[in-house]
Design a protein around this ligand. Structure first.
Ligand code: URP
Ligand code: ZN
Ligand code: ZN
Length: 469
């Protein structure tokens, strides 16, 4: 009888703190042994010359989210998790949206049904609070948090989603009493509305105006306000998709005041600028997301935040809509004004290759920092650690084997999502995950899909964020 189900042999293991050569022995989906010259397995994967990392955790992903007005998201759980898997991820965290006037549990049950049997990676859910009723705050959220749905996203923008400061305070207070975590989308909706009206009155309706109507000031102000609300309630907070140095400075100042804040940024703020929204024939719509990409200086500030440890999380904010599609970016109303172009861009498969290539291979960050930003900190922030997010005895055998010698150019035709473009088309990448193991099962081997949909399952959050990571 074999000692192990699977041995990953001869690779260089990387965790958020260490880099060392060893074999990994896997039994029943978990890491059973880490050591030299392990033998006795039914299956052996040779990882020599490769890096053996915890599977990526992308804690900011939108799939199958109702998007209103005949708009349909390009990915469901099947295509979204398949794409994530090929990008070196073993867990994604999508958002379950509370529909106004309906119980959140109802949306959650429907979301579970969409996920069940369809996932190639494990999934864990965040809840979007869009209607902070007394029943939701007093009963539903505390019960849901106890059941493992312990991260809530609130919006300060989008007409139909934004919460008032009063409702954000109440939601933060529920987080304080239940140990849940609140993620905040920081943009000042009233200022955006004002600027949209001004641009539309001047006939400035092309995609580029999306960026002009959501300037840095509206993000900076809302970031400051969200941090202040968390300070008043005295609860940790996550500021998601930070795009520029002024918002970063607000996070740094809040930390200096003792506020427990987790900061997240995304590939679009390192690699794109508002100029990308200029494209001919509405091509700029491909890059419409909120907050919008800024300028080179903002990119540099975000890189500095990655390098210095200001950011804890690097997520994709994968929110895919097809471009050449009347249910996507080029919908009828969206061709009349940028205001109706659905916000969001695809990126779940390219998130980690971009950070590896631009970050590790170009010497901006080391491998442990890459692991922290891509997996460990996500698991710690959202209650999945230590089962996920690290390579340790007893942890889930969720592993991505990276080949640093691969040179590849991003081509959407070779990706696995449901969109019809990549914002990073043509970008040259060094290093790519070639083999991905989920719970001890080899899902991708040497770039070929071996697993099947349904191999990934729902995983509840188990622990709480009590301090900054
Ligand atoms: O434009 C974006 N980011 N769309 C996704 C929704 C969100 O705000 O995260
Ligand atoms: Zn957001
Ligand atoms: Zn998002």
């Amino acid at each position: 009888m074999s000692t192990f189900d699977l041995i990953v042999q001869g690779g260089t293991i990387v965790t958020a703190s260490d880099v060392f050569k060893a074999d990994i022995g896997i039994v029943d989906g978990r890491i059973a042994q880490i050591g030299e010259n392990l033998t006795g397995a039914m299956q052996v994967i040779d990882a020599s010359g490769k890096y053996v990392l915890p599977g990526g955790i992308d804690s900011h992903v939108h799939v199958s989210q109702p998007s209103g007005d005949g708009i349909v998201m390009a990915d469901d759980f099947e295509s979204g998790t398949r794409s994530a898997l090929f990008g070196g991820n073993t867990t994604i965290m999508p958002f379950c949206l509370q529909e106004k006037g309906r119980p959140l549990r109802e949306a959650l049950n429907a979301y579970h049904k969409l996920a069940e049997g369809n996932c190639y990676t494990d999934v864990s859910f965040h809840l979007i609070v869009s209607d902070a009723t007394d029943a939701l705050l007093g009963q539903d959220l505390p019960a849901l948090a106890a059941d493992g749905y312990s991260s809530f996203k609130v919006f300060m923008t989008y007409e139909d989603l934004r919460l008032s400061d009063a409702d954000i305070l109440k939601t933060l207070d529920v987080a304080r009493s239940t140990g849940a975590t609140v993620m905040v989308h920081c943009e000042n909706e009233d200022a955006i509305r004002f600027l949209i009206a001004r641009h539309e009155a001047a006939g400035d309706v092309a995609p580029r105006a999306h960026a002009s109507t959501r300037p840095v000031a509206v993000e900076r102000e809302a970031t400051h306000r969200a941090l202040t609300l968390a300070e008043v309630v005295d609860v940790p907070i996550v500021i998601v998709h930070v795009s520029n140095g002024e918002a970063i400075a607000e996070i740094a100042r809040a930390r200096a005041r003792g506020i427990k804040v987790v900061g997240e940024t995304c590939p679009q703020y390192l690699m794109l600028t508002a100029d990308d929204l200029e494209g001919m024939d509405w091509e700029g719509a491909k890059f419409v997301c909120s907050p919008p990409p800024r300028d080179k200086a903002a990119q540099d500030e975000c890189w500095r935040g990655i390098e210095t440890g200001l950011f804890d999380l690097f997520s994709s904010d994968h929110c895919p809509f097809r471009y050449d599609d009347e249910r996507g970016k080029r919908n009828r109303k969206g061709l009349e004004s940028f205001r109706h172009i659905p916000n969001g861009i695809p990126g779940v498969e390219t998130r980690l290759p971009i950070l590896f290539s631009e970050g590790v291979m170009k010497g901006r960050i080391d491998l442990p920092r890459f692991v922290a930003l891509s997996a460990t900190n996500h698991a710690k922030t959202y209650g999945l650690y230590p089962e996920k997010g690290t390579i340790a005895i007893g942890a889930d055998a969720d592993i991505a084997i990276w080949d640093p010698s691969i040179n590849r150019t991003i081509r959407h035709a070779e990706l696995h999502d449901g969109a019809d473009y990549s914002p990073y088309e043509g970008l040259d990448i060094t290093g790519w995950p070639t083999t991905v193991i989920l719970g001890g099962r080899v899902m991708v081997r040497d770039g070929e899909l071996m697993g099947k949909k349904g191999d990934g399952v729902y995983r509840p959050a188990r622990t709480r964020l009590t301090k900054s990571i």
